[in-house]
Design a protein around this ligand. Structure first.
Ligand code: NDP
Length: 281
């Protein structure tokens, strides 16, 4: 690895991001002199910013809201699973050629493995149908779940995700967000994933849980993609109802670990990365 290389994160607004902490912990562990920078970029400057990633000192970058789809048009290659999800969260620069990857779905699956949760043949409910819900749907399909229900405020977006994955064997149904708490089969669902921004600090409704967790089976697993705060209203209510939970921080670290491996071609020091944000088993 050359000295004085750069990597970073592109999004807008970025505010406080954990990405530098997670990546710098890994770079330090492996003795790499890579500077991980925060590249907050307004949309009108996005094309030029992506172009600048072709520089020989840039290894690549992580892409976050609201650009995971928008940047795809500026890249030379898109990895197949990113094509399926129709969104990328990493760009890698190899000799001036930019390739796009999606590691969000892998982050989700690897975090479930980390907590020793099997999803094979289980039934899943995804609440939300934004960018992250597509990656979750991909992860669930690759993890061989039995069935998926997608519920979203804007039903059309749930229909679009169902359509996106129509070629897979997995049974996918959609349902209206307003009807969620009336779903008679809620107790039969094994895995409930909040992929909305409800409960997120600074989001549309930081105090709200997307579902009444008292209606769920106590053997279910509640997974919140939101990682700020670490204990969201959804997770707090689930815990109060004696239901197992996983917060979004582990997925954030595992997607970063896969990104690190794309950047460096080296195995990510996952324990160090988890430790950098305070996660221990
Ligand atoms: P998007 O903006 O693409 O989607 C937001 C989703 O939230 C949509 O389904 C939207 O519904 C729903 N929503 C927003 N406001 C409300 C509301 N008031 N009531 C009901 N539903 C609402 O965001 P992302 O999918 O990219 O991210 C969602 C969350 O996941 C964020 O908090 C993000 O930080 C987190 N995330 C975490 C990751 C991790 O690694 N842990 C990775 C990626 C995301 P509608 O379609 O109707 O607008």
């Amino acid at each position: 690895m050359q000295n004085n290389m750069k990597a970073g994160i592109i999004g807008y607004p970025l505010g406080h991001t954990l990405s530098p902490t997670i990546h710098n912990s890994a770079f330090n562990e492996l003795g790499y002199n890579i500077d991980f920078q925060i590249w907050e970029t307004e949309e009108k400057l996005l094309k030029d910013k992506i172009q600048s990633l072709r520089n020989e000192n840039v290894l690549g970058c992580c892409i976050t809201l609201p650009y995971k789809k928008k940047v795809m048009q500026y890249l030379d290659n898109i990895d197949n699973s990113a094509k399926e999800i129709d969104a990328i969260n990493w760009i890698i620069n190899k000799n001036g050629t930019l390739s796009g990857y999606n590691t969000d779905w892998l982050g989700f699956i690897n975090s479930l493995d980390f907590y020793k949760k099997s999803i094979k043949n289980k039934s899943a409910l995804i609440i939300g149908a934004g960018g992250s819900a597509k990656a979750i749907c991909q992860g669930l399909i690759k993890g061989k779940v039995k069935s998926i229900i997608i519920s979203n405020r804007t039903l059309q977006k749930a229909e679009e995700i169902k359509e996106l994955f129509a070629n897979n064997q997995t049974d996918i149904k959609i349902m209206d967000f307003k009807e969620l708490n009336n779903l008679t089969t809620l107790k039969e669902i094994d895995l409930i994933i909040n992929a909305t921004s409800l409960g997120m600090t600074g989001g549309p409704d930081p105090k709200k849980s997307p579902i009444d967790t008292s209606l769920l089976n106590t053997r279910a697993l509640c997974y919140d993609l939101v990682y700020s705060p670490q204990i969201t209203p959804f997770l707090r209510d689930a815990k109060n109802n004696k239901i197992d939970t996983i917060g979004g921080l582990s997925m954030l670290v595992f997607q970063a670990a896969s990104g690190f491996e794309l950047l460096t071609n080296k195995k990510a020091p996952i324990n160090t990365m988890l430790d950098s944000v305070g996660i221990k088993l």
